[in-house]
Write a protein that binds this ligand. Structure first.
Ligand SMILES: [Zn+2]
Length: 282
């Protein structure tokens, strides 16, 4: 057991010595405590208590924030977004899209559609950060819409299901055994009454009899592109009518300067007749 013996000494440092007396008298210890502390211990205890309560309060607040549902939800959301977006992968995808657009440009170019060329395609966004993704998505959205609009008004594919029976270019005159003539379109085999379909969106510019073409339809697609359908047996459209791709516009016939039932199909670009074959496939 230790007995507590306090004796106050006054001096410059103002400390009080506390003598801890061992009952056996062997391990007595002298401890010096600042006198001010001994005199005003209630005040110091109060300050200490306030500090401890404050610390616990702050700790409790931190724990609450870290464990609250709102915080957990925000954290989960942030982690989810982080795990969903792999910037390297996104960059690779955008690069692929760029290259794809570049190739589509090539296809359009090969068809003489220089006006449709999509500016700045291929590597516009070579380096970017995750924060730029919204802006880049918008850029590609606009670009893809432009391609979509271009394809809508570009006559592509077949107007009928039949095979090609006569190519574009010089050919032997079907009406004169020993002469040649320039053939400004493609002829497709077919039976009278077979459906003829529009190859792009557009507006009917002409529908009626037109010289050697017989019953003829001309559709204007905008951007200086037109399609012409000749020798029809029936016309299903009227001038000024708006047409969509695949619309059933008429029937194969043998009218005008024709040597048998077939469709004569022309593509006119900037008032010049071009080989429709380059528009049959992408
Ligand atoms: Zn022809």
């Amino acid at each position: 057991m230790l007995n507590l013996s306090v004796c106050k000494i006054s001096g410059l440092k103002k400390k009080t010595s506390v003598l801890l007396v061992d009952n056996s008298g062997k391990d007595n210890q002298l401890i010096q405590i600042p006198t001010r502390l001994l005199l005003h211990w209630k005040k110091y205890l109060l300050v200490f208590n306030v500090l401890v309560i404050l610390m616990f309060g702050i700790l409790a607040l931190i724990i609450y924030q870290k464990t609250s549902t709102h915080y957990k939800e925000k954290l989960a959301q942030a982690n989810k977004v982080k795990s969903l977006i792999d910037l390297k992968k996104v960059k690779e995808s955008f690069k692929e899209i760029d290259e794809s657009i570049y190739r589509i440009n090539g296809f359009l170019d090969a068809r003489g559609l220089h006006d449709f060329k999509l500016a700045n395609s291929g590597g516009e966004y070579e380096d970017f950060e995750i924060t730029d993704i919204n802006e880049i998505s918008e850029y590609y959205e606009n670009k893809i819409h432009k391609i979509e609009n271009t394809l809508n008004i570009t006559p592509l594919g077949l107007p009928v299901s039949g095979e090609i029976s006569s190519e574009f270019g010089y050919r032997q005159n079907p009406f004169g055994a020993y002469s040649t003539e320039q053939h400004f379109g493609l002829d497709f085999r077919g039976k009278i009454g077979d459906p003829v379909r529009a190859t792009a969106h557009g507006k009917v510019e002409f529908a009626g009899v037109k010289g050697g073409y017989g019953n003829c339809i001309i559709i204007s697609h905008g951007n200086d592109l037109k399609t012409l359908f000749g020798h029809l047996s029936k016309i299903n459209v009227k001038p000024g009518q708006h047409i969509k791709i695949g619309d059933y516009i008429g029937q194969i016939g043998n009218t005008g300067r024709s040597s048998g039932p077939h469709l004569h199909y022309e593509i006119i670009q900037n008032n010049k007749k071009v080989n429709p074959k380059q528009y049959l496939k992408l």
